[in-house]
Design a protein around this ligand. Structure first.
Ligand code: TYD
Ligand code: ZN
Length: 423
């Protein structure tokens, strides 16, 4: 059997092997490795989270690469149907439709299409759609919802096969999956194999600049192999005859970019947003070692501060629970060394997680309904990327004297007064 973990030796984007060793967050089990309490392993395998940056193309990556089938064949991450995410998915449809001049009947291919919510919106406005997602459990749900989905890893073969069967795609979309992909060149081979001459590739990734500046250390875990800037994506696309023509910043997942790329020779004009973000990245020092090393220093400090705050509350007899059990939350709890003694449970809307224990920390995960019966004094807001929406809908908890701890960029406590602004 192939090893579960390999070390990244050469950069997956530019092929160089000149790495800046940024920091290590220690060894932890996989962030989505939820445990069944009836079938607990004596020991959970743990793998290092070591952060490195390529001095050639400035790709930030984790050194240890877990075999993708271990991570993605059965996946508990289901696209959120929160207001924020639904609104964002509708905006994506608008952005892509306008830029790719999408007409009814044209083909949209999405990689990492999860349960097909995004593609369903394209289907509603008349496009033909094909989703590709390696998670067999999620692809089955998508197919049952009427969104045609191949339960496979997308690559050159899949792109060629879809092209042969369905013709060329006006849009190849990959939302929040590029960070998960090791062999990005194979995926872009597939994208260019199916892409129409005037089509667009649209890739949404968490934005490296936001990660560094907002101390989002908890978004660094094994599933996220790569952390991209516009600069690095430009290098990557260039190798596949693609040119970045536009970029949108979006508030999802703590700050993301949607990068639109067209074939080199196509008529798509390059918009000013591209140059603006490239110079912003230079201005913020993303081409220097210091930006990454200073982030690492801040991250370790924030980890200490969160741990101290929660341990201090627990020591004073106050109860703390986690709000949400996202991958970044299981990661944060592990990095901060918090367990069930300090954080009694985590509530999460994802039914696949209910009744399970969080990886490593073994904190129980329950439904929001169960959580209401055992409300804590403080909720540690692990799903901080939904802060506004969650605090908005939990006003009653606040008015009963409950508090939220928002962990990043620095831990801060939110009380009922003043009432936070909600969009
Ligand atoms: P997300 O930030 O997308 O996860 P990840 O860090 O794994 O990429 O997921 C948010 C999690 O928070 C998800 O498990 C669902 C949960 N959640 C709640 O429990 N309640 C809520 O109101 C919202 C918006 C999310
Ligand atoms: Zn590189």
């Amino acid at each position: 059997m192939q090893d579960i973990v390999r070390r990244l030796d050469t950069c997956r984007v530019c092929g160089r092997d000149d790495w800046l060793e940024v920091t290590s967050f220690g060894s932890v089990p996989l962030a989505n490795g939820f445990l069944d309490p009836a079938d607990l392993p004596a020991e959970e395998p743990a793998y290092p989270v070591d952060v490195i940056v390529c001095r050639g193309c400035r790709l930030m990556a984790v050194r240890h690469v877990i075999r993708p089938d271990v991570l993605f064949r059965h996946y508990v991450y289901v696209t959120s149907e929160s207001d924020q995410m639904t609104g964002h998915m509708r905006r994506i449809v608008g952005w892509c439709t306008r830029r790719a001049a999408l007409a009814p009947g044209e083909l949209v291919v999405e990689l990492g299409s999860n349960i097909g919510l995004q593609l369903g919106l394209f289907q509603e406005q008349g496009q033909r759609v094909v989703g590709v997602d390696p998670a067999e459990n999620l692809a089955a749900i998508a197919n049952a919802r009427g969104v045609r989905t191949l339960p496979e890893f997308f690559g050159g073969d899949q792109g060629r096969r879809i092209h042969a069967e369905q013709g060329e795609a006006k849009l190849v979309l990959g939302r929040q999956c590029f960070a998960h992909i090791d062999d990005v060149h194979n995926v872009l081979d597939g994208a260019t194999a199916v892409l129409a001459p005037d089509g667009l590739v649209a890739i949404e990734v968490p934005y490296l600049l936001d990660l560094l500046e907002e101390n989002q250390f908890d978004t660094i875990y094994h599933e996220h192999l790569s952390y991209y800037s516009v600069t690095t994506l430009g290098h990557l696309f260039q190798r596949h005859g693609l040119r970045i023509v536009d970029v949108e910043r979006a508030a999802v997942h703590g700050g993301s970019i949607v990068v639109f790329a067209a074939r080199e020779g196509s008529d798509h004009p390059t918009r000013p947003s591209v140059g603006q973000l490239l110079s912003l990245e230079r201005q913020r020092g993303l081409d220097t070692d210091a930006a990454y090393l200073e982030f690492a220093e801040r991250a370790h400090q924030v980890i200490t501060e969160i741990g101290d705050l929660v341990r201090d509350l627990a020591a004073r007899g106050l109860t703390v629970a986690g709000y949400g059990a996202p991958s970044k939350g299981t990661t944060l709890l592990q990095f901060c060394g918090l367990g069930p003694a300090e954080v009694r449970f985590c509530s999460d809307t994802t039914s696949l997680k209910h009744g399970r224990l969080l990886p490593g920390t073994r904190i129980p995960c329950c439904s929001p309904e169960q959580a209401r019966a055992q409300e804590p004094d403080y909720y540690l807001l692990l799903a901080w990327n939904y802060a506004e929406e969650i605090i908005g809908k939990e006003r009653d908890f606040l008015s009963r004297g409950g508090r939220f701890i928002i962990p990043i960029p620095q831990p801060r406590v939110v009380t009922a007064e003043p009432v936070p602004a909600v969009a």
